[in-house]
Design a protein around this ligand. Structure first.
Ligand code: 5GP
Length: 184
């Protein structure tokens, strides 16, 4: 099963995804490629950081399951490694934007789509500033979030509000378990 987790920047998606992956060995997180520079304090393996030329060459070689441009940077999900043993029993988790979610939904109609959102726009703004995003960039991300909410609704993604971290993770786990039951 492919599980897609989208949501605006600063809603705590990354933390939720980390908890989710740590709590279930059947879940495997896909590591995206990006042309965005690494943020101060961001883990070196948060993404496969590459320059635009390398990214575009990988597009031309058919190396991505999906890719999209988000606020001026390219992001993409690499094709899963076919030599990864045990991958058949695993569910692949993609933490990607809604443009990517749309491409995955077209390619894999059974994919499970979630949209994680903050309890309020003000909360989202505070979280973005707290992680060190540039204030001008924060405003762009907030505006972008309105578009993303609408697009995720069109896609039929399941909305999860990250008000309480543990509750949000538990909700996602329950929905994933239910989807597994149905597909097995
Ligand atoms: P950030 O710069 O905050 O790490 O990510 C910006 C946006 O790009 C987020 O919405 C994030 O989910 C999305 N993103 C990360 N990796 C991918 C990817 O591989 N494909 C797509 N389409 N979006 C991605």
């Amino acid at each position: 099963m492919i599980i897609v987790i989208s949501g605006p920047g600063g809603v705590g998606k990354g933390t939720i995804v980390k908890r989710l992956i740590a709590s279930d060995p059947r879940l495997e997180l896909s590591r995206s490629w990006t042309t965005r520079p690494r943020r101060p304090g961001e883990a070196a393996d948060a993404y496969h950081f590459v320059d635009r030329e390398t990214f575009e060459r990988h597009i031309d070689n058919g190396g991505f399951l999906e890719w999209a441009e988000f606020l001026g940077n390219l992001y993409g999900t690499p094709l899963p490694d076919p030599t990864n043993r045990g991958a058949d029993d695993r569910d692949l988790v993609l933490e990607i934007d809604v443009q990517g979610a749309r491409q995955i939904k077209e390619r894999f109609p059974d994919a499970l789509l979630f949209f994680v959102d903050a309890p309020s726009v003000e909360e989202q703004r505070q979280r973005l500033l707290a992680r060190g995003d540039d204030p001008a960039h924060v405003q762009k991300r907030i505006e972008k979030a309105t578009e993303e909410r609408e697009a995720s609704c069109d896609l039929g993604a399941i909305l999860v509000i990250n008000d309480d971290l543990e509750a949000a993770v538990a909700q996602l786990r329950a929905l994933i378990d239910a989807a597994r039951c149905k597909s097995e």
